[in-house]
Design a protein around this ligand. Structure first.
Ligand SMILES: NC(=O)c1ccc[n+]([C@@H]2O[C@H](COP(=O)([O-])OP(=O)(O)OC[C@H]3O[C@@H](n4cnc5c(N)ncnc54)[C@H](O)[C@@H]3O)[C@@H](O)[C@H]2O)c1
Ligand SMILES: O=c1ccn([C@@H]2O[C@H](COP(=O)(O)OP(=O)(O)O[C@H]3O[C@H](CO)[C@@H](O)[C@H](O)[C@H]3O)[C@@H](O)[C@H]2O)c(=O)[nH]1
Length: 447
């Protein structure tokens, strides 16, 4: 089946590559011509494990093409996916300008029946707005409104696991109003449904809400365990043991219960804010969402406060190393990354900050540039040379496997603040570190 995709960001590109892998002929377009040129030269503009081999193979086969304008898309595409950004507006509402612009481009382009797929995360009611907008434009072009159906097909992939998540989804959710569009969507996803992955069909509004509810639930689970972590620290319990204890209850489950410096990324903060905006619009309650955001904010502050407390309230002149800038491992994405807030605060408090990240350092440089006090390192061990403290903010594997003897020798003082509970407190203590991790008393508080 011929498919078009508008937007080659994390979602659009992964969708394009995976639909090609599923046997479709895909054309991706993006208004960012630099991105398209890079993709045409066979390079991925993002770091995503498993992406490049598929990109290379399908580009060579011609089953995946990149163009900078919708005019270059196959006219007989059976479906066009909208996978553009829906960033947060000032009041938390989702900014739909990219989505509506893409809808207009589609309405001006199509000449035969096309299913328009809203892949971007959009607030309840938006798919219908897109549909009416496209159909009104078709009418004004003297064409039938029936030339386009718009369906909602939210995406649930995680960065760092995007290919796997797309090709082996827990479920595919489709919000749909027309039988003709339903058949097209069934054909698109048939290679996955044939393997047993479920396609859940529902109405447009429920599909849109499912995406926000899933992200809000996951974000609230993180804030829940982080609040329990704070209580563990206060009472002398160990959140890692509590996690094991509650996660073994099959009704709770062990996943997405890791305490840490809180969630970041391009989705949870923005989508929880957008859902709260929807609640405001409909005068509905959003107390759990508000608490989720508040705990997440507090979690970063608590982590920083712990470091400041260790240095008797002042970070002035302290050499602090930050390991990890990406909002999570296996991605170069730093949108809403907890590390950004932490680094800013450290610099504001007069610390000298050395940062390392295996992949995301260039993006960090775009944010902090040559601001006084900051230094960038490609080697995690060089980054800790002479440090008074090490803060681990992203749980990259390279840090889990770090040679902590070497770290200890390199540091000015062996002090580690583990924001992702990567290191074992007993081993750290035995190795001679002062060590704090989330949801447990710090090693020096036991002394
Ligand atoms: N990033 C994720 O992990 C993820 C997962 C699930 C859902 N989502 C949702 O998917 C959507 C896209 O997210 P993303 O992270 O891929 O965004 P992104 O910012 O990485 O990419 C969006 C791309 O769309 C392009 N674009 C914007 N308007 C365009 C237009 N009119 N024509 C052509 N190109 C256009 C931009 O140039 C950009 O390359 C958002 O709604 C997001 O909430 C994201
Ligand atoms: O137990 C956990 C799990 C995650 N996190 C943090 O939560 C954030 C988000 O992680 P994750 O969900 O793995 O990454 P995303 O790529 O943001 O994926 C989320 O957001 C996407 C965009 O909407 C959805 O498609 C995915 O289903 C949803 O998991 C990161 O900062 C993690 O460090 C924790 O603190 N504790």
């Amino acid at each position: 089946m011929k498919i078009g995709i508008i937007g080659t960001g994390y979602v659009g590109l992964v969708t394009g590559v995976c639909l090609a892998e599923m046997g479709h002929e895909v054309t991706c377009i993006d208004q960012n011509t630099a991105k398209i040129q890079l993709l045409q030269s066979g390079q991925a503009p993002i770091y995503e494990p498993g992406l490049e081999p598929l990109l290379t193979r399908h580009s060579a086969l011609g089953t995946l093409q990149f163009r900078s304008s919708i005019a270059e898309m196959a006219e007989d595409a059976a479906a066009i996916f909208i996978a553009v950004g829906t960033p947060s507006g000032a009041d938390g509402t989702a900014d739909l300008s990219f989505v509506l612009q893409a809808a207009d481009q589609i309405a001006d382009f199509i000449t035969r029946y096309t299913v328009v797929v809203a892949k971007s995360t959009v607030p309840v009611g938006t798919t219908r707005v897109i549909m009416e907008r496209i159909q009104a434009k078709l009418e004004s072009r003297g064409l039938s409104r029936k030339l386009a159906d718009v369906v909602s097909n939210p995406e649930f992939l995680r960065e760092g696991k995007a290919i796997e998540d797309f090709l082996q989804p827990d479920r595919i959710v489709v919000g749909i109003e027309s039988q003709q569009a339903a058949r097209v969507m069934e054909q698109i996803y048939e290679p996955l449904t044939k393997k047993g992955h479920s396609l859940i069909v529902m109405d447009l509004r429920s599909s849109e809400m499912t995406k926000y509810a899933a992200n809000a639930m996951l974000a609230s689970r993180i804030s829940f365990i982080n609040e329990i972590a704070e209580l563990c620290e206060a009472t002398g319990a160990d959140v890692e043991k509590v996690r094991l204890g509650i996660g073994s209850d099959h009704r709770i489950g062990p996943f997405f219960l890791s305490a840490g410096v809180g969630y970041g990324g391009s989705c949870f903060p923005k989508d929880v804010a957008a859902l709260m905006a929807t609640a405001r619009e409909y005068q509905a309650s959003s107390s759990i969402l508000q608490a989720t955001v508040e705990v997440n904010r507090r979690q970063r502050k608590r982590f920083l406060a712990k470091v400041a407390e260790y240095f008797h309230g002042s970070l002035e002149g302290k050499a602090i190393t930050v390991w990890g800038v990406a909002f999570k491992p296996d991605t170069d994405d730093i949108r809403e990354a907890p590390a950004l807030d932490l680094i800013k605060s450290l610099l504001n408090e007069g610390a000298a900050v050395s940062i390392h990240d295996p992949i995301a350092l260039p993006h960090a440089k775009q944010v902090f540039g040559d601001r006084p006090g900051i230094r960038y390192f490609n080697d995690p061990y060089e980054a800790v040379q002479g440090a008074h403290a090490l803060m681990l903010v992203t749980d990259w594997d390279v840090y889990r496997k770090a040679d902590m003897d070497l770290v200890k020798k390199s540091m000015n003082k062996p002090v580690v603040f583990d924001g992702r509970n990567v290191f074992d407190p007993v081993q750290m203590k035995n190795a001679g570190f002062h060590h704090y991790s989330i949801g447990r008393k710090a090693s020096w508080e036991h002394e």
